[in-house]
Ligand binder design. Sequence first.
Ligand code: MCN
Ligand code: SMO
Length: 781
Amino acid sequence: MTTGIGARVPRKEDARHLKGKAQFVGDIKVAGCWEAAFVRSPLAHARIRGIAKPAGREAQVFTAEDMADLRPIRCESTLPSYKVSDYPALATGKVRFAGECIAICIAPTRAEAEDLAEAVAVDLDPLPPVPDIATALAGDPPLLHEDWGDNLFLTTRHDGDLDEAKARAAVVIERSYETARQAMNPMEGKGVLAQWDHRAEQLVVHTSTQVPHLIRTGLSEALGLDQSDVRVIAPDVGGGFGYKCVLQPEELSVAWVARRTGRAIRWTEDRREHLTAGANTRQHSYKLTAYADAEGRLLGLDADIWVDVGAYSVWPFTACLEAAQAGGNLPGPYDLGAYACRTYSVATNKPGFTPYRGVARPGVCFAMELTMDAIARAVGKDPLEVRCLNLVPGAAMPFTNVTGKFYDSGDYPAGARAAAKLIDAEGFRARQEAAAAEGRYLGLGYASFTEQSAHGTKVFAAWGLPLVPGYEQAMVKLAPSGAVEVRSGNHSFGQGLETTIAQVACDWLKLDISRVKVTMGDTGLTPYSTGAYASRGMVMAGGAVSKAAEELARRLRIHGAHLLQCAPEDTEIRDGAVWNGQASVDFAAIADAWYLHPDRLPEDVNTAGLEVTEGYKPEIDTGLFTYATHAAIVEVDPESGRTEILDYVIFEDCGRRVNPMILEGQSYGGAAQGIGSALFEETLYDASAQPLTSTLADYILPGPAELPGFRLGHAETLSPYSRHGIKGVGEGAAIAPAGAIVNAINNALAPLGAELTRIPATPHRVLDAILDARAAREAAE
Ligand code: MCN
Ligand code: SMO
């Protein structure tokens, strides 16, 4: 069986996970390691009058005053109107959200560190809080960053001329949409362990991250150390989902204290810290006006998008990634005529935004897909037909859309039709009618989207961010035993890269995956990589491994040919050996010749040996666009407001699939998170910006009982612009569920005239929509 590209290989990493032998930050044992706990602000907005350390324990407590030499997290961008926030590791002068770190306490155990944290007295002078966008933008609001003059991190505009669309429009759809604030909830929270290595003269930081090399860059800049004085190791990571691709203030404090005290220090995020202080994302408000002709063809779209991004910009993506991406991605997979959009990244007294699987697109897909259905209802057509009328067809590829996005390949309407077929949309009508006859409410909904993956240099450079991802390097080496070693500075944190980059190497070197050892995530052992986010891991790390493995294969054939006494052109690689006709020399013999018996090789042998480092970037910077349509059938109980998902299909095209089994897992997991957004998950704050959802009893995650048996379909349109035609897809399945499910709910409730425009679609909101529709009907009668 081949274990190369396209094989359904079980994941290499699963054995250690299933046996409980994996090593997360919390599993690492270091002699003399102390644990850290943070004193966190009880108020959302306040001036710090004073901090009193407990008497006799001063040496175990550190505040911003102690860390005067530590630079704050400062994320610049050259976008016009962007305002920079200084995000200190420990609050300085003022606190800007409940849960912000004020002091770090260290002790031999976490329990002792927490006791110490409770004994620290913080004197706060409350300031009026900014709990939401309305307060932030009201006349003369309290200011988070006084020198700004307002509470806006950034506004962006896309100006388009809508006059013709307005003049020609047969229908005009105006809607407001809201998506909830959320937390990512990876199984493993954030964790960091820092220690000074006297022998290497390095700060060694084990941290639960998707981006080890980036964290090294960020830490060394903030600490004022040379990058070579810092080694970052990401061990096993129990999920990241975007939360773990930014530099966190706790990482800075722990690193600083370890350096100052000379002691190993660890902090392990607990669930309450995660839910209240760390992970905030997703909260968007939309006001859309869509202009369409009588057939349902979109002529123009006008949009305002507000994003409640919290108090501080995260490094290196800023607080504005969501809104800027939302403005650029709202048109989605559609060829819409004219487009105008304004976005507002609004500062509030909440934790700063971090990216979350799909970044902005779950919100824009929800808004756009509900609008498509509203157009379909207005022109009296099937929502699938209206979609197909507007989706970019295969014949138009490659296609540059209205915001300048370059759709590299695929056939979007064909994908939507395939999803409809898979869910048996035709048969559904009869099913819906039969259910209606029994007084039951069934609905079918679609959502289509594109996922810009592995977008790189020019896209990020245009935002003027401190980090512009570019070339990715990887090393592939023939080990003395004849096995293969792959080293990548990217990381595997659940999405399976550890297995799939090995598969890419197997593809060139034609050996079984059990013979490939993968080392990732250690800046001391791997070439620079900006890491895995924006669904770039497979394309970038896979591309670099592919190039390096190809070159190693070429060198192996040269060495093998010499040992076989033939020309390299007359050889081929298979079964872990170089062959010339019936004669072969296996990799172990080639390795033996290079490492231990170079006398068997010619004098003019390539001295670069059997260790190859190559770099890679796709031929275009604008990204490879994966696309998909999700379709859901739901039943809504109008008495309780409960929604049950009866069927759910995903039809997706991510180019060449490296491991179809892993991809199924990516779809299931992503869609589960999307269903969380659609029906359950919501981080709530009260009017004083106090978090209300601080446990998993308040913040509702979907479990197996709430999830449907997903059914999947695939097309495999190779991208002409990436190695092997691969496109990224890790975020995709999280993008569409809210659109598909709420469209299905609205389809089910159409006989009652109810329409939901807000997620999560909790029973309470469903009932409200039904009651609102009834009240409107009665008022009209
Ligand atoms: N893959 C494949 N063939 C392709 C594309 C991808 O087989 N054509 C597989 C690869 O195994 C790859 C995985 O799918 O590892 C996702 O690939 P890719 O789209 O390149 O995404 P990244 O490797 O960059 O992973 C990050 C991405 C993002 S941005 C988020 S957020 C997310 C996601 O992946 N976080 C995850 N999926 C996750 N899955 C898990 N279990 N945990 C997370 O934290
Ligand atoms: S949110 Mo994924 O790490 O781009």
